[in-house]
Ligand binder design. Structure first.
Ligand code: MN
Length: 135
């Protein structure tokens, strides 16, 4: 059995979310669990911060000003320096084809809002392989 570690230890996350309230809640809980959280409020900023910080994982809201999350995801996945970073789409969209569109843009995982911050922590830890439970 793999050693269970504190979920966030040594992990840098990029949290892309334009809603201040959501961003603060998720950042607070992720930080509490030991993640180092970088924030971006739109897709263009997400690209900049991703290039600067090379995060271990990106939580990407899809409806964003300036550049939406689909376009930001496409550009990150087109960049050889960034393409291996897992991107988790985090969206309130209720559209039936939303998950498919996120996958087509290059998102590796998909979480539908509303979702509790603790559930996000559990999913991020699972994706990063920090929990012992098998897939
Ligand atoms: Mn949004």
């Amino acid at each position: 059995m793999a050693t269970k570690r504190e979920p966030g230890r040594d992990r840098v996350l990029l949290l892309v979310e334009d809603n201040l309230h959501n961003r603060q809640i998720f950042a607070r809980v992720l930080t509490h669990f030991g993640f180092v959280v970088c924030e971006a409020t739109n897709g263009a900023e997400a690209l900049e911060v991703a290039r600067e910080k090379k995060p271990d994982l990106i939580l990407m809201d899809l409806s964003l000003p300036v550049m939406d999350g689909w376009e930001a995801t496409r550009r990150i996945k087109d960049d050889p320096q960034l393409s291996s970073i897992p991107i988790v789409a985090l969206t309130a969209h209720a559209m039936a084809d939303d998950e498919r569109r996120a996958a087509e843009a290059g998102c590796d995982h998909y979480l539908a809002k509303p979702i509790s911050p603790k559930k996000v922590v559990a999913e991020v830890a699972r994706i990063l392989g920090d929990l012992e439970e098998p897939e």
